[in-house]
Design a protein around this ligand. Sequence first.
Ligand code: NAP
Length: 236
Amino acid sequence: MPPLMRHYLCLLLSLGLLATTVASAETIAVIGTGRVAGALGPEFALQGHEIIYGSRDPSRAEVQALVARTDGPATAMGQAEAAANADIVVIAVPGTAAVDVVRSLGDLSGKLILDPTNITTNAEDGFRVHAVDTSNAELIQAAAPGARVVKAFNTLNYQTMIDPASSGGPVTIPIVGDDAEAKRTIADLAVGMGFEVVDLGPLRYAHVLEEMLVIWVNARSLGTPFDYHLRRRPAQ
Ligand SMILES: NC(=O)c1ccc[n+]([C@@H]2O[C@H](COP(=O)([O-])OP(=O)(O)OC[C@H]3O[C@@H](n4cnc5c(N)ncnc54)[C@H](OP(=O)(O)O)[C@@H]3O)[C@@H](O)[C@H]2O)c1
C-alpha cells in the first residue's frame, strides 16, 4: 500500500473509524518473518485483524521491528504457539520447509491455512523446475487434514503485495482451494489490499499456480527481468 494511503488508514484505525468496515476481525498467525510475512502481516493488520508472527526466534531485533511496524494488535511468539492462538495460519516460510513446518505446528483442525509458498529446484540443465509431483498446497493439506487450505499470493512478488499499483494496473490474484467459505475469507483479505481475485477451482490445481514461478525465474536467468500479472476482464 502506498505510504500516503497507509498513513490515512492508520489514522482511521487509530480513531476507531475503520472497525465498521471489517466484516469480522480474525486472529492471523503469520508463520515466518521474512519478505512475504513482512508484506502480508502489516497489510492484514490494516484491515483490523490481529497478527501473531510465528518465528523460530521471536526475540530477534528484526522480528520485533516487524511487530513494531505492524499497525494494530501484533505480537511475535514461537511458530506452534502462534498457530495455536489463531484462526488463520499463513505459511510464509521457504517452500522447501513448508510441509515440515506445518507438521510442527500441532493440530490445525478447523483452521484456515493460507499457503503462499512456491517450491522449485534445479533441473540437470540448470533451469528451474517445480520440485514436487503434486503441489506444496496439497502436501500441506495432507499434513493438516482437518484444516482448510487455500493457495493464494504465490503468483506475485512481495513488493506488489505491498503496493499493487506499482505493477501499472489492477492485479488479479488466482486462488484455489476445496472450501468455498475459506476461499471467500482469503478473497476478502486480498480485495482489502487492493487486488482482484479469480477462483480457479479446487486445490488440485495448485500445481498450476506454483509452476508459474518457473516463468519468472527462467526468464530472469536468461537475461530478461520479468514480472507477470494476471488481469481480470472488466465486467461487460
Ligand atoms: N519473496 C517473494 O516475493 C515471494 C512472493 C510470493 C511467494 N513467495 C513464497 O513465500 C514463501 C516465503 O518467501 P519469503 O520471500 O518471505 O522468504 P524469506 O524472506 O526467506 O522468509 C522466510 C521466513 O521463514 C522463516 N524460516 C526460514 N527458514 C525456515 C525453516 N527452515 N523452518 C521454519 N521457518 C523458517 C524465517 O522466519 P524466522 O527466522 O523468524 O523463523 C524467514 O524469515 C516462500 O515459499 C516463497 O516461495 C515469495
